[in-house]
Structures are given as structure tokens and as C-alpha cells.
Design a protein around this ligand. Structure first.
Ligand code: GLU
Length: 372
């Protein structure tokens, strides 16, 4: 058993277009997908959470629209994606439901993963679906994404989604079983089993400019690996060509492991305490400060003052009764709503605001205590 895959609680599986669709006919590889879904059902049966990032919308749609072979215009690929995405989602739904699983479609754009408020919304939807036992099937929203603001490849998208949901393992199913020191067709090219840092030497192995624009080449996989390992996600590049590729991996099939350099929780906390500029603060009472020190969330009841102008998801400082910053976190409420609910029991939120928001002012996952 591949121990990384076996011990992961939350797994993201990225499936490329070349695996999903028959290269000759452009049709969906139903038998392959059927076997893949069986693998996923087994992961779920073991209690592991699974999110699928699936490509294939454009390649399925172009066939249905009888578009010519070769490069498509942006509007043609957008049209193809609109058509192909339905068949893709339908196939997943049909096959997953045969195993009693509910699948959910999520189409994201670059801004959904890069802009913090949208990021937090997308993250909480995905987390909710996973908690409810559904299997999210994610793709880029190619129909609205324009060339300047799109991922274009699902490798990087899958890495950002893995980071967003703090997945412990990302499996990129490819047409090759991992990274080689040189193109595998060259004599002397050797397979690399484990990478712990994306050094220039490793980057050089992914090939030069020729593959720069190719979707899902080794280059984008290395960028994905960089995102994954800095976010605490182990990433595997494995060959998905054969039937039951996940089962093969579990049984020890060769792959390249990009080893996480941190844990998902530590990575997220570093992001909160590091880069983000605070736009306001909460002053809290001594009881709340003790709760925070014990690793608990900040509840509205413990907040005695709210300063500054901020929106939900913005970073704020948490001050003790002496005005000293003891923590930083992402506020679950705007400053306006926070002013209304501070000092109140979480049960009163709905009455005070007219909607049922989160019970915490700052959830403990979004909170970092200052040292000392
Ligand atoms: N999002 C594209 C699609 O579904 C695929 C991107 C990729 O191949 O990585 O067709």
C-alpha cells in the first residue's frame, strides 16, 4: 500500500483530458472512467474524503460541436466547454450514484482561488460538501474564463484547490508515471521517486520552452507541485493510462512523490499571520483571551469593541484588554455586522442580523496566536 495515499484523510484526484477521452474518436472513455469511479468508491468506503478535479469538457464538447482538429479560438473553446461540461458532469453523476455517492459540480475561475473573499466562499462550499459526504467534481469555468484570467491547465487548478481545502494528498493522473531526469525516450533517463524541493535542477528536468505552452506538461505539474508542497499537500504524479489507476498506486505502482514541506494547518496559519494586512481589530475580554490560548474560536460574546472598516474574510487583529495584539485572524463578519453582534450570545445572531451566520466571530482555523 502506498502509505501517503493510504494515510491521507482528504484526497484530490486530478484526471486529465487525455485519460478521459479517446484520442481517436474524442468520445468519453466510459470503461476507464467506470473503473476510476470504482477506485474512488473504495477510497470513500475506507472513510477518506475525495474531491475530483476533472478536465475533458473542451475535448468532449469540441467533438459534439464538430469543431475542427487543432487549436481552437477562445470563443470556440468556451463554447466547447459549455457543451462538454454537461456530458462530463452527467457521466460522473451517473457512475458515482451507482455506488451510492452524491456528486456535486463546482466550476471555478482563477479569481475564485486568488481573491480572498471569493476564495473563502469557495472553500467553505467545498468543505461543506465534503463534510456532508458528497464528492465534489471541480473544473475551471472555461465558458466564462477569458485567456488573461484563466488557469488553462487543471494541474495548477488542482494544486490551488488542494491548498484551499487543506488536502493531504493530491494525485495527478497523467500519461507518464512521474518525473524523469530527461525525456523518458532519451537513453539514460531515470525515474525520480521522490522530490522534496523544486530546485532549478528539478525544473530543468521538465524540459525547455517547447513544453511551455502545452497544457498539463511536466512544467505545469512542477508549478502545481510547488504550490502543493508549500501548502502541506503531498503530491503524486502517477500513470493513469491503465484501468484502476488508483488501485494500482495503492498496490505500489511507480510514481513520483513530491513531499509536503509543512502541514496544511501550519501553511494556512502562516498565510494568515504573514502576508495579510489587517484592516481592523477586535478587543476581547479576559475570558475570551483564555479560550483563545486554549485553541478555541473567538465568539461574538467575548468581543468588547470593534474598530476599523472591514468585510467578511478580511484579516483583523485581536487585542487584549490592554490593547496588546494577541492574535490575528480572518473575521467571519463585516465590521458593521460585528458591531451588532459583539457581546451577544451566538444564538442571538439570527435575530440581530436577520440571517443565520457563523457562530464564531473568528473560527479557530482562521486564527493565529502571537507568540509570547
Ligand atoms: N478545463 C479544461 C477542460 O475541462 C482542461 C484543462 C486541462 O486540460 O488541464 O477541458
Amino acid at each position: 500500500m502506498n502509505s501517503i495515499l493510504g494515510s491521507a484523510e482528504r484526497i484530490v484526484v486530478k484526471i486529465g483530458s487525455s485519460l478521459l477521452t479517446d484520442q481517436e474518436t474524442g468520445k468519453l472513455n466510459r470503461n476507464w472512467l467506470q473503473a476510476m469511479v470504482e477506485d474512488i468508491a473504495r477510497l470513500r468506503a475506507r472513510g477518506q474524503e475525495v474531491l475530483i478535479v476533472s478536465s475533458g469538457a473542451i475535448s468532449l464538447g469540441r467533438r459534439a460541436l464538430k469543431l475542427p482538429a487543432g487549436a481552437l479560438l477562445l470563443e470556440e473553446s468556451q463554447a466547447a466547454a459549455a457543451v462538454g461540461q454537461i456530458s462530463l458532469a452527467h457521466a460522473f453523476q451517473e457512475m458515482l450514484s451507482a455506488y451510492g455517492h452524491t456528486c456535486a459540480q463546482i466550476l471555478v475561475t482563477l479569481e475564485d482561488t486568488e481573491e480572498r473573499r471569493r476564495y473563502l466562499n469557495a472553500r467553505s462550499t467545498m468543505n461543506t460538501l465534503l463534510k456532508l459526504g458528497a464528492i465534489p467534481v471541480v473544473n475551471e469555468n472555461d465558458t466564462v474564463a477569458t485567456s488573461e484570467i484563466r488557469y488553462g491547465d487543471n494541474d495548477r487548478l488542482a494544486a490551488r484547490v488542494s491548498s484551499m481545502i487543506s488536502a493531504d494528498c493530491l494525485v495527478l493522473l497523467s500519461d507518464i508515471d512521474g518525473l524523469y531526469t530527461a525525456p523518458p525516450s532519451e537513453p539514460g533517463a531515470t525515474h525520480i521517486a521522490e522530490v522534496s524541493e523544486i530546485t532549478p535542477a528539478i525544473e530543468a528536468m521538465a524540459g525547455g520552452a517547447a513544453s511551455e505552452f502545452s497544457r498539463g506538461g511536466m512544467k505545469t505539474k512542477l508549478i502545481a507541485a510547488g504550490i502543493a508542497i508549500e501548502s502541506g499537500t503531498n503530491m503524486l504524479i502517477a500513470n493513469g493510462r491503465a484501468m484502476h489507476p488508483i488501485k494500482a498506486l495503492e498496490d505500489g505502482a511507480r510514481c513520483t512523490l513530491f513531499k509536503a514541506r509543512t502541514t496544511p494547518v501550519a501553511a494556512r496559519k502562516r498565510w494568515i499571520s504573514g502576508g495579510l494586512k489587517t484592516s481592523g481589530s477586535f478587543t476581547i475580554d479576559a475570558g475570551a483571551a483564555r479560550a483563545l490560548a486554549q485553541g478555541r474560536s473567538l465568539l461574538p460574546a467575548g468581543v468588547t469593541a470593534t474598530d476599523g472598516q472591514f468585510e467578511r474574510g478580511d484579516a483583523v487583529s485581536v487585542l487584549d484588554t490592554d490593547g496588546i495584539e494577541i492574535a490575528r485572524g480572518l473575521s467571519a463578519y463585516s465590521s458593521e455586522d460585528a458591531l451588532r453582534i459583539m457581546g451577544h450570545n451566538s444564538r442571538e445572531i439570527e435575530v440581530l442580523l436577520g440571517y443565520s451566520g457563523r457562530s464564531e466571530m473568528i473560527h479557530r482555523d482562521d486564527l493565529v496566536l502571537k507568540k509570547g
